[in-house]
Structure formats: structure tokens, C-alpha cells
Design a protein around this ligand. Structure first.
Ligand SMILES: Cc1cc2nc3c(=O)[nH]c(=O)nc-3n(C[C@H](O)[C@H](O)[C@H](O)COP(=O)(O)OP(=O)(O)OC[C@H]3O[C@@H](n4cnc5c(N)ncnc54)[C@H](O)[C@@H]3O)c2cc1C
Ligand code: FES
Length: 238
């Protein structure tokens, strides 16, 4: 999901007007879901925003926060599903209940929700925004791909999901007559947009600020360099 070179467009994005805030939030629980960590924090006065938007989470002991999609928004809580792959995500995966971490958001543009036949297509940690997206869209069908049965435990967070494990790929089960909303590794997104030209795709790039100030997340969109944190992370395939 990194360094997108999207033949994609930021047109028609649906930006929910939510107020972004930075707040120190108490950790309610840190639960294992297969190899992933589900970090649940008190919501405080933060707005959950729209599915596909993201928050910058303080990674204890690290200088920069890390971008995370909102995974769930039950009353009074926000939760984030993360894969510990480096120092920041490992620090976050080690947070303990009652600790406080700074959370800033919601940020960026989420998925356009005015779709008639939604189909969620996700790979690996790309399932992270889908529990919230599924709740908002009324549990539409989903196709989720993982590299092992252990990783596939995360599918339990997404209702109405068909699960495939490698070597089977989500694109083998794709139903292009649906409105595809996808999140996953870049090769998966590239393959999805070949089959579903109108898909909405959530891209990733390393982000330092999350709100347009540092230009660290610049990627080429419509042939022009744009900041993914402002133009995306969800973009229309094109
Ligand atoms: C909008 C957005 C939403 C995200 N949502 C989630 C989420 O819900 N759950 C989750 O686990 N992760 C998510 N990520 C990715 C997550 O932010 C990175 O994995 C994290 O910042 C890596 O930090 P680190 O210090 O652990 O690892 P680092 O040491 O920074 O990186 C470890 C490895 O991952 C690569 N990497 C770092 N950042 C990214 C990135 N953004 N994209 C692709 N590769 C990267 C590095 O090149 C390196 O190879 C999201 C990223 C973005 C931009
Ligand atoms: S992360 Fe700073 S401009 Fe996008």
C-alpha cells in the first residue's frame, strides 16, 4: 500500500465536515486479533469522522505519530487495528490499559458512501477501516484476503465476509458489477482497479503530520504531485 503511483483521481471525494482535534485518550484495552493488535481508546471529545478517514496516533517513545484508519466507533470509544511491523507500530502494540496516548483527527477523505451495491475488498491489515465502514453501510458483502489462517482471524471483525487465504487472491472472487471499496497492499489495489475501474481505493504513504503541512506524503495524482493526506487517502480509480 505504499508510494502510490495512482492512475487515480481525487475528484468527487466526499469529505465529511468533522472537527479535528488532538487529545490524550486513555487506553481501554489492547486485544490480540491474530497477529494484529486492536487498540481501544476512550473517545474523549473526538469526532469519529467518516469511514476511511484516519487519525495520527502517538507512538510512545517515538518522535512522530503514525497514521491509523479508524477501525470501530462504538459509543464512547474509538478503536484501531494495527500490524506491528516497525518501531512505531510495535510501541503502539505494547500500550497498556489506563495509559494515555495522544490521538489527532479525523483526517483526510474517507470513502464516498452514496453507492448502490457496495462490496468491500481488503487484504491483510487493509481490513482495518472495514468494521466501521461495514457498520455505516449496513453490513454489505466483503471479500477479504490474508496470507495465513492466523492473519485471517481479523475477518471476524467484518460481518458478511468471504475469506480467502493465499494462494487464492481476492481478485479471483471480485464481482465487478458491484461498487468496490478497497483497502490493502499496493499490488492488490493495482489489480482491483484493473477489474473494477470505478473502485474507491485507500492508498498509503509515509505521513509525518497528517494535515498537509510537511509534504512528506506527496504522490502523483492525475499527473500532479499532491499530498495524499489531503487529497486522499481514499481515491477513485481512474
Ligand atoms: C492513511 C493511512 C492509514 C493507515 N492505517 C493503518 C492501520 O489502520 N493499521 C496499520 O497497521 N497500519 C496503517 N497504516 C500504516 C502505518 O501507518 C505504518 O505501517 C506505520 O506508520 C509504520 O510505522 P513503524 O514505525 O511501525 O514502521 P516503520 O519503521 O516506519 O516502517 C516499517 C516498514 O514499513 C514501511 N512503511 C512505513 N510506513 C508505511 C506506510 N504508510 N505505508 C507502507 N509502508 C510503510 C517502511 O518503509 C518499512 O519498510 C496506515 C497508513 C496510512 C498512510
Ligand atoms: S503527512 Fe504531512 S503533508 Fe501529508
Amino acid at each position: 500500500m505504499r508510494s502510490p503511483t495512482p492512475r487515480a483521481t481525487s475528484r468527487s471525494r466526499c469529505k465529511k465536515e468533522s472537527v479535528r482535534r488532538r487529545e490524550a485518550l486513555r487506553v481501554v484495552a489492547n486485544e490480540s486479533v491474530g497477529p494484529y493488535s486492536l487498540i481501544r481508546v476512550e473517545r474523549g471529545s473526538l469526532d469519529p469522522g467518516s469511514p476511511g478517514q484516519f487519525f495520527m496516533l502517538e507512538a510512545p517513545g517515538r518522535l512522530l505519530p503514525r497514521p491509523m484508519s479508524l477501525c470501530q466507533a462504538p459509543p464512547g470509544e474509538l478503536s484501531f487495528l494495527l500490524e506491528p511491523i516497525g518501531p512505531g507500530t510495535r510501541a503502539l502494540a505494547a500500550v497498556e490499559p489506563r495509559e494515555k496516548i495522544h490521538v489527532f483527527g479525523p483526517l483526510g477523505n474517507g470513502y464516498r458512501l452514496d453507492v448502490e451495491r457496495p462490496l468491500l475488498v481488503g487484504g491483510g491489515i487493509g481490513v482495518a477501516p472495514f468494521p466501521y465502514l461495514s457498520a455505516v453501510l449496513g453490513s454489505p458483502p466483503a471479500i477479504l484476503g490474508f496470507r495465513s489462517d492466523w492473519h485471517a482471524e481479523a475477518a471476524s471483525l467484518v460481518p458478511n465476509a468471504e475469506v480467502v487465504v493465499e494462494p487464492t487472491l481476492v481478485t479471483e472472487r471480485l464481482r465487478p458489477d458491484h461498487d468496490v471499496l478497497a483497502c490493502g497492499p499496493e499490488p492488490m489495489l493495482e489489480a482491483v482497479r484493473e477489474l473494477a475501474p470505478n473502485a474507491q481505493l485507500a492508498w498509503e504513504a509515509p505521513m509525518a503530520c497528517g494535515y498537509g503541512a510537511c509534504y512528506g506524503c506527496s504522490v502523483e495524482i492525475d499527473g500532479v504531485l499532491k499530498r495524499l493526506c489531503v487529497a486522499g487517502p481514499v481515491l477513485e480509480a481512474a
